[in-house]
Design a protein around this ligand. Structure first.
Ligand SMILES: N[C@@H](CCC(=O)N[C@@H](CS)C(=O)NCC(=O)O)C(=O)O
Length: 209
């Protein structure tokens, strides 16, 4: 299978982590967001929203939306499960993943930041403040719920880390002060000790300059 990815896309980063954790053979096809390749006719034919990631299966079928891709991988490759067996704990993990995927990430997406800057005339410092605001608000709610022993839900790496690590990476890239989040910082550090996370990092991607 092929993952259409951009090295700094946190939605693609989620899928790269899961592919590595599940040890699924795949190749990465870079889509350069800064050159607007995601809006080119070739890519739009695969993913009509013009967003990465998209996963092309060996038979040519395509899945878009990182959450749908992750659910597909979990269903087809159940080894190295990314959800706890207990239904309540699984719901908690999904809740944390959704907090990031639905309530933080879309507000800080490239197209939103471009709209703020180019259509609404927001200055760079104001744009950065917007970016950090939504991360801090989401992380405050998340921090109070996490177990962090050593991972979000306990001893098992789950979808919580698949969503959290890319979001923390982005927060740090935009100089967000994470001092008030000791659990989030320790989970991030613990995950970055694992080869699956190390190999999925933006710096390891073929399209990283
Ligand atoms: N909900 C989508 C979000 C995908 C998304 O926002 N991708 C970003 C990169 S993280 C993107 O392609 N942005 C291109 C743009 O904004 O033009 C998913 O989870 O796959």
């Amino acid at each position: 299978m092929e993952l259409f990815s951009y090295f700094r896309s946190s939605a693609a980063y989620r899928v790269r982590i899961a592919l590595n954790l599940k040890q699924i053979e795949h190749s990465i096809v870079p889509v350069n967001l800064l050159n607007s390749e995601q809006r080119g006719a070739e890519y739009m034919a695969l993913q009509p929203q013009g967003l990465v990631p998209a996963l092309r299966l060996a038979d040519g079928r395509v899945i878009s939306q990182s959450t749908a891709i992750l659910e597909y991988l979990e269903a087809v490759f159940p080894a190295h499960p990314l959800l706890p067996a207990d239904p309540y704990q699984a719901a908690q993990v999904r809740s944390w993943a959704n907090l990031i995927a639905c309530d933080i990430h879309p507000l800080d997406n490239l197209r939103v930041l471009k709209y703020l800057k180019h259509k609404l005339g927001v200055s760079d410092p104001e744009k950065d403040s917007w970016y950090q605001h939504w991360i801090l608000e989401g992380f405050r709610a998340l921090e109070s719920q996490l177990v962090a022993a050593p991972y979000a839900a306990g001893a098992q790496v789950t979808l919580a880390e698949v969503y959290l690590v890319p979001q923390v990476y982005n927060a740090l890239r935009f100089n967000t002060d994470l001092g008030e989040f000791p659990k989030i910082r320790s989970i991030y550090a613990a995950c970055n000790e694992l080869p699956a996370f190390q190999q999925a990092a933006p710096e390891q991607q073929v399209d990283c300059p």
